[in-house]
Design a protein around this ligand. Structure first.
Ligand code: NAP
Length: 311
């Protein structure tokens, strides 16, 4: 069977770059397509402290650059562009705005983005008190008073995690009931560190260099208030970047892609890694593991194809 590339990787975050390193070492002719800058969300992380091998932390920019150079060294080709469609084959066709490529196997690593509140101050103070990741930034708030926004499993789980560090947490939820699991709710209600603000929304995040306070409004009474906090964690859901797949691979109700342990989707030869996957923990470390497995599985799949088999 003929194709332009043995493997096309869509998305240049840590999962995609790791897949590229392994594919290069397996001598697969591979192309990585990235619409923005290589590194994905990692690129915008100021200091990555939980990725093994960097005891003093590493900037997301540097880690992205290191991974990219490593993949390049083993022959991965890079293309700047946006994949707008994936037509299952074999060979599979990855369609961009102005051209298209065929491949024996495809690894989807198009990632996800944190849902934003879209309020004044949110963008300006991101990385300066506004965070979307408790695992990444929680330890910075030891002894602080902080706010958390959201009422789902992530908000409740991460609020409980943040009680390890913060002295007081204002948990702000727009309704009068949490969406998250009951068992998590029980733990939240039992925590002396957590004060819940029901029926409340954040209208603005304010400060000078860093976050100093947030302006709130009670949506039932309209009553405004202000909280003095040094940090605000926003957990109002994440959105996978999988719309371009037009539901051609199996996904959960939020658009995260189902895979098996080999990162295979329901379509032979199409794999998915990183934050776009339906998975438990979305971290650089887990994306890297996904990428290594997917490239290995893709190589085996291609070997099977060349022998007239498949997966
Ligand atoms: P989620 O379940 O969609 O919850 C998002 C929360 O943010 C909801 O409480 C929602 O309020 C609130 N929200 C959304 N937009 C908002 C806005 N503009 N302003 C204020 N509040 C807003 O998201 P998630 O918590 O990230 O969870 C996503 C999925 O991962 C879920 O399936 C969840 O079960 C799963 N998950 C599981 C675990 C676990 O099992 N431990 C941990 C984390 C995540 P409303 O309730 O009013 O809609």
């Amino acid at each position: 069977m003929n194709w332009d590339y043995d493997l096309i990787i869509v998305g240049g975050g840590p999962g995609g770059l790791t897949a590229g390193i392994y594919a290069g070492r397996a001598r697969l002719k591979s192309l990585l397509i990235e619409r923005l800058i290589h590194g994905g969300q990692m690129m915008t992380t100021d200091l990555v402290e939980n990725y093994p091998g960097f005891p003093d932390g590493v900037s997301g920019f540097e880690l992205s650059d290191l991974m990219r150079r490593q993949a390049e060294r083993f022959g991965l080709e890079f293309l700047s562009g946006e994949a707008v469609e994936l037509r299952p084959g074999p060979p599979h066709t990855v369609v961009l705005e102005d051209r298209q490529f065929t491949a024996g196997a495809v690894i989807i690593s198009s990632g996800a983005g944190y849902r934003r509140l879209g309020i004044p101050g949110e963008f300006e103070f991101t990385g300066k008190g506004v965070s979307y990741c408790a695992t990444c930034d929680g330890a910075l708030y030891r002894g602080h008073t902080i706010a958390v926004v959201g009422g789902g499993d992530t908000a409740l789980t991460d609020t409980l995690f943040l009680t390890r560090f913060a002295d007081q947490i204002h948990l702000i939820h727009r309704r009068d009931a949490f969406r998250g699991e009951k068992v998590l709710q029980e733990r939240i209600f039992a925590s002396e560190k957590v004060r819940i603000h029901w029926n409340t929304v954040v209208e603005e995040i304010q400060g000078n260099e860093v976050v100093e306070h947030v302006r709130l409004k009670n949506v039932r009474t309209g009553e405004p208030s202000t909280l003095e906090v040094t940090g605000i964690f926003i957990f109002v859901g994440i959105t996978p970047h999988t719309g371009w797949l037009k539901s051609r691979v199996a996904m959960d109700e939020w658009g995260f892609i189902f895979t098996d342990e080999q990162m295979a989707t329901d379509i032979p030869g199409i794999f998915a890694v990183g934050d776009a996957r339906h998975k438990l923990l979305r971290q650089i470390a887990t994306a890297v593991g996904d990428g290594a497995i997917a490239a290995f599985a893709a190589e085996h799949y291609l070997t099977g194809l060349s022998k007239g088999g498949g997966q």
